[in-house]
Every structure is written in structure tokens, then in C-alpha cells.
Design a protein around this ligand. Structure first.
Ligand SMILES: O=C(O)c1cc(C(=O)O)c2c(n1)C(=O)C(=O)c1cc(C(=O)O)[nH]c1-2
Length: 573
């Protein structure tokens, strides 16, 4: 979508969750910078009236801020000339049964915006937890169309942010913890008609493999594997949902995203590689056809769902400028691929505490495992790093193209894991493992790290008490902004990692900061509202470390630092 691409490059606006198609989350604004950031003060704030985890960030388009909430997924358009004024609001009526089948809090990763086109007005897209995709007139809030994408009766919800590319809006699925067979769908912006749908498992026609699928890397696997790498019909309830982030290359016209974990978590119930769960996809935007697919964790044993951040950059590889995709995976490995053909350029550990894998063989693309940390029936595997939350979960990271550095919020959590057998029942949890999580060997639950995605070198690292769940935002003011679970927004010097500013928010953060300019002044905005998977430390039985799918063990301390809340806070000099 050329108009959106252009708008995303005007740094006065913030029009996509990922900031731009490359997902740089980097702003060229520098009025707020390392010399004055310590003077940043609250300018105004707005409560969404909803508790639960607030993921993603607001959008800013031409003087309007679009704010969303977790379930019930309220949307507000706020006039930046007078933030006292709500221009319109949309409060959907939803089936509350959706709440019971969401795995990890009733989160929503944000709105998408499409500028006015030939046959549609400027549009805001919202994914509702109950599985509906909604298009709203951006000026008036009027409902333009509504489609059912996911069926909550089958345990499928929607938490992913919609993503606008060309004349389509891309939507994923959630529910691999309930045996949902994952797919991504493209709808036409103008009327919501389905343009294509692609699955992660099953027959090649459903997965939509192009004729030259993985031609450059046949060893990744080619045809027939969505059936052959499963026993019997297990692929039908085999997971592979996508609820993370998309990226798009308008020159190659290719869409990138990751499919998630196979279902159930208990690996003994699904022998085989379980293709194409845990896969980085490069697909044609017009047809949805896959040009390449690289499976990072064949036959996953730890819930290392690979849907996270896809950061596109152009950097030199062996002296040649190359179009790259960098993906910090849940499994603790950072993968950098050539995004034209899927070639593996590098794969390295986030740090040397990652122990399920010794290294990734760059020739075969396969992880070389350490059997000590494998999981199996009648055995409690201990000290597995990362935990099922991954060293990197749902945060959007940032990339400073001048420094050629990615800034990553990291979880540093390990776990014990014991599988158990269970039957599949449609619409019910289908996990089959008892987990207990705790801080990793470095002693804290989180870090922020500056990383070169090509060389695998880390420039600096800072420790955080809790996981850095929401990701980072970088600016040309040599700053990296991020929020913490215990409720701070912080600014670091992106050259050194030195902390320059922080402010304590009403509740913890699991979303990402944004920055924009209005009437000549630069602002930074962020959602507060702790929740998501780590937020279980606030709502479950804190005496049972395996509650919240094992997360309570790691996050029981959180309740001593913050409580639930929900809203946006805006800062300026
Ligand atoms: O497999 C899935 O379909 C699915 C969905 C979601 C979700 O929709 O939020 C999460 C996960 N898995 C998951 O594995 C996970 O770690 C997770 C964390 C969060 C969160 O918002 O904090 N959601 C999800």
C-alpha cells in the first residue's frame, strides 16, 4: 500500500504497530535526545476504562490518536489539538465466552490503519477477541464491515494486530493451546471479502506452496510435508497459529511472519517434524503463495512458538548489500535470513545460557540438540533455558539503520517441564504438560540488548528485574525507549545502554512506546496496563508455581510492584 508506506515514513505520524513495513520501530525525530530526555514530563493521559493487559501501542494519524483496549476491545479516536475530546468511540458487543478460551489474558496487539483508497475511505481495522475482524471509518467510527475469522467454539480467538499491505488486510489466529489449526487470511480492504487463506499444516494446497517453494534451499523441505511429518490426522489439531507480527517488502511484494507451536505441547502425542509449525514464511502478497519456509524448531518439545518480531534491514553480507530478515525466536536463537530466498545468513544464541540446543548447523538449518534438556513422558526435565515463554516473546523490537543495531527486550526465564497425556476436546485447553518457571542463571528475569543481526555481536546489555515484555522503540535522538512490567517507562542511550530517564506509570507495561510530532512538538506515548502471560502473577493463586501454565513461579513478585490498570500516558519536554 503505497499511501501507507509513504505515511509511515513521515515521522510526525505513527501509522502502523510496527512503525513501518520493515518493522524498524525507529523514528527519525530527534528533538527529544540524549541531552534533554531527563526533562521529559507527562503531558496528558487517558484511561481506556478497561483492566487487563494493554499490548501494542496507539496509532497517530494527522492529528488523531487511535487508542484500543483489550477485551471488550473498545476503540477511541482522540483529538490531539484537544486531548480532552473523544472524537468517536466504538464499543463492540462481543460474546464473553471468548474470554474463557484466550490462553494468555484477553490482550489485543493493536489497530491497523489504511489511508483512503480508490474505493474505500480511510479505515481503522480492529480484531476482536471473539474472532471478528472489523473495519471502521477512521473519520467517523462508522462500521464499514465485519467478518468472522475465528470460531471461539473451537477455541480460536484473535489477539493479533491486523496488518495492511497493498489492498489487503492480513489477519492471523490464536488458539494453538486449544488444538487450533493455524492460518493467516487476507481480506480486501474495501469489503472484507477473503482474498486468500493459508494454513500452517495439512495438504500443500491449503498451505499454498508455490511451484518453486524452497528452491534455493531444498534441504528446508519442499512438498507433501504438511501431511507426511504428522501421524495420521494429528495435523488437523496441530496448532501453528500466528498471533505475532508481520513485515512486508513492497519491492519484492513479499509478506513475512512466523507460525507458532504445534499442539499439544506434549510431544509424544505428535511424532514427526510437525511441519510447518515454527516456520518463518516468505509469501507473495497477491496470492499468499509461499516462496520459502524455514522451520526453526522441528518437532518442538518446549512451546517455542515462533511468531515473534520480523525485522527487515539492508546490510552487507560478505561485502554485498543484502535484503535481510532478523528474527529473535522464542527458542533463544536469533535468525538472520536473506529475505529474497530464505538463505540462512546467521543463527546465534541470545546468550550462552540457552541450553536445549548446542548450535544451529548453518548448512542444514537444523538445531543440534542437547538431549539432557529434551522432554519425554514419565520424566520431569529440569533447568531448561529458555522457558516456554521464550527468551523473546511478543514485543516489537527496534532497529537503528545508522548504527545497524537491533534493540531487544529479552526474557531471561528457565523452566522444569513434565508432560502428561490428555484427550482432544474441541474448544478446550489441549496442552498436556506441567511447567514451573523461574529466573535464568543471570538472576534477573529480563534484559535489554543491542545486537548486530549479521555478526551476532552484542554491543551492550542492561539487566531488568522483570521480563521486558513489550519491546523497544529507537529514535535518531540516540535513544531507546521501553516499558517495564513493574510500571516504568525508561529511556536508554542507544550508544551505551546508559539509563537516562524513567517515570513510574500507574500500572505495568506490556506494550511498546511510540513517538510522534504534533504542532511542531515531539511526544512519546505508551500504554500502561499489566497483563499478558506474565500478568498471571497478579490474578492466579500465587502459592501454586505451576498456575498460569507455569508462569506464576516466575512472576509472583510482580504483585508487590504494580496492579492492573489500563490507559495511555503521553510525555513531552
Ligand atoms: O498459540 C497460540 O495461539 C498463542 C496465542 C497467544 C495469544 O493470542 O495471546 C499467546 C501464545 N500462544 C503464547 O504461546 C504466548 O506465549 C503468549 C503470550 C501472550 C501475551 O500476550 O503475553 N500471548 C500469547
Amino acid at each position: 500500500n503505497q499511501a501507507l508506506d509513504k505515511l509511515s515514513k513521515q515521522n510526525t505520524n505513527w501509522v502502523m504497530q510496527t512503525k513501518d513495513y520493515s518493522s524498524t520501530h525507529y523514528s527519525e525525530l530527534y528533538d527529544i535526545n540524549i541531552t534533554n530526555v531527563q526533562n521529559l514530563k507527562p503531558a496528558w493521559s487517558f484511561s481506556t476504562g478497561v483492566l487487563n493487559g494493554h499490548e501494542g501501542g496507539p496509532l497517530v494519524v494527522d492529528g488523531i490518536m487511535y487508542v484500543h483496549s483489550p477485551y471488550p476491545n473498545n476503540v477511541f479516536a482522540i483529538d490531539l489539538n484537544n486531548p480532552d475530546k473523544i472524537l468517536w468511540q466504538f464499543k463492540p458487543k462481543q460474546n464473553p465466552a471468548a474470554r474463557a478460551v484466550a490462553c494468555c489474558d484477553v490482550v489485543n496487539r493493536g489497530l491497523a490503519y489504511a489511508p483512503q483508497g480508490k474505493d474505500y475511505p480511510a479505515t481503522i481495522f480492529l480484531n476482536q477477541l471473539d474472532g471478528h475482524v472489523v473495519a471502521l471509518n477512521a473519520k467517523t467510527g462508522e462500521l464499514l464491515w465485519k467478518m468472522e475469522n475465528s470460531d471461539i467454539a473451537m477455541g480460536s480467538t484473535l489477539t493479533v494486530a491486523p496488518f495492511v499491505a497493498e489492498d489487503k488486510v492480513i489477519v492471523g489466529t490464536s488458539g494453538a493451546e486449544l488444538g487450533v489449526r493455524g492460518y493467516a487470511t487476507a481480506y480486501n480492504i474495501k469489503d472484507g471479502k477473503q482474498a486468500w487463506r493459508v494454513y500452517a499444516t495439512g495438504p500443500d494446497e491449503d498451505i499454498k506452496l508455490s511451484k518453486d517453494f524452497n528452491k534455493a534451499n531444498p534441504h528446508y523441505g519442499q512438498f507433501g510435508l504438511g501431511l507426511k511429518t504428522w501421524e495420521g490426522d494429528a495435523w488437523k489439531i496441530g496448532g501453528g497459529t500466528n498471533w505475532g507480527w508481520y513485515a512486508y517488502d513492497p519491492d519484492l511484494r513479499m509478506l513475512y511472519y512466523g507460525s507458532g507451536n504445534p499442539a499439544p505441547w506434549n510431544e509424544t502425542m505428535r511424532p514427526g517434524d510437525n511441519k510447518w509449525t515454527m516456520t518463518i514464511w516468505g509469501r507473495d502478497i497477491e496470492t499468499g503463495e509461499a516462496k520459502f519456509g524455514y522451520q526453526k524448531t522441528p518437532h518442538d518439545e518446549w512451546d517455542y512458538a515462533g511468531v515473534n518480531y520480523m525485522g527487515l534491514s539492508e546490510q552487507k553480507v560478505n561485502g554485498k548489500m543484502t535484503k535481510l530478515l532478523t528474527h529473535p525466536d522464542r527458542n533463544g536463537i536469533v535468525y538472520t535470513l536473506n529475505r529474497e530466498n530464505g538463505d540462512l545468513v546467521n543463527a546465534f544464541k541470545i546468550d550462552n545460557t540457552v541450553n536445549w540446543v548446542k548450535h544451529v548447523d548453518l548448512k542444514t538449518g537444523l538445531p543440534v540438540r542437547d538431549p539432557e534438556y529434551s522432554t519425554r513422558m514419565d520424566h520431569e526435565a529440569k533447568g531448561i533455558c529458555p522457558s516456554a515463554m521464550g527468551y523473546h516473546n511478543q514485543g516489537i523490537e527496534s532497529y537503528d539503520p545508522n548504527k545497524q543495531l537491533f534493540f531487544m527486550g529479552v526474557n531471561h526465564i528457565c523452566m522444569d517441564w513434565e508432560p502428561f497425556m490428555l484427550p482432544y476436546r474441541a474448544g478446550q485447553f489441549f496442552v498436556g504438560a506441567t511447567l514451573n518457571m523461574y529466573p535464568g542463571p543471570k538472576g534477573t528475569l529480563g534484559q535489554v540488548k543491542a545486537m548486530n543481526g549479521v555478526t551476532g555481536e552484542f554491543e551492550w546489555e542492561v539487566q531488568e528485574k522483570f521480563a521486558v515484555w513489550g519491546g523497544t522503540t529507537a529514535t535518531a535522538g540516540d535513544l531507546v525507549f521501553y516499558g517495564t512490567l513493574d510500571g516504568y517507562i525508561k529511556a536508554l542511550n542507544s550508544k551505551t545502554g546508559e539509563e537516562l530517564w524513567k517515570f513510574k506509570l500507574p500500572s505495568g507495561v506490556i506494550g511498546h512506546p511510540i513517538t510522534y510530532k504534533h504542532e511542531g512538538k515531539q511526544y512519546v506515548a505508551i500504554y500502561y496496563g499489566v497483563g499478558g502471560w506474565p500478568g498471571v502473577g497478579l490474578v492466579f493463586d500465587l502459592k501454586d508455581p505451576s498456575a498460569g501454565l507455569g508462569a506464576v513461579g516466575a512472576f509472583k513478585e510482580l504483585a508487590h510492584h504494580t496492579q492492573m490498570g489500563g490507559g495511555v500516558m503521553v510525555f513531552s519536554l
